[in-house]
Design a protein. Structure first.
Length: 117
């Protein structure tokens, strides 16, 4: 099992950048595919991106491709979401999650990102 805690959210102007962190505790962090999701008010939670256990492979939603990157430091049990060129429509609560047996089984509590126009 793994526990996840996100941090780094906040208020930023459109065009700005933020880096979110997700710190994991528990065993075998380096064996998990890690994902980032977000949920805006009144909307369903949506996939943002994911990174393989080694960090060599990433995948992103079309809406964030070219603007967001994901990295991980397995020695620090941490995964990062770097968000550049932020838009007001990126405003949401952002969650990290760990994938186990083909599904995202463990979730953090979320961190709020607000992008002002």
């Amino acid at each position: 099992q793994v526990q996840l805690v996100e941090s780094g959210g906040g208020l930023v102007q459109a065009g700005g950048s933020l880096r979110l962190s997700c710190a994991a505790s528990g065993r075998h962090f380096s064996s998990y595919v890690m994902g980032w999701f977000r949920q805006a008010p009144g909307k369903e939670r949506e996939f943002v991106g994911a990174i393989s256990w080694s960090g060599s492979y990433t995948d992103f939603a079309e809406s964030v491709k070219g603007r967001f990157t994901i990295s991980r430091d397995n020695a620090k049990n941490t995964v990062y979401l770097q968000m550049n060129s932020l838009k007001p429509e990126d405003t949401a609560v952002y969650y990290c999650a760990a994938k186990e047996r083909l599904k995202y089984a463990y979730w953090g509590q979320g961190t709020q990102v607000t992008v002002s126009s």
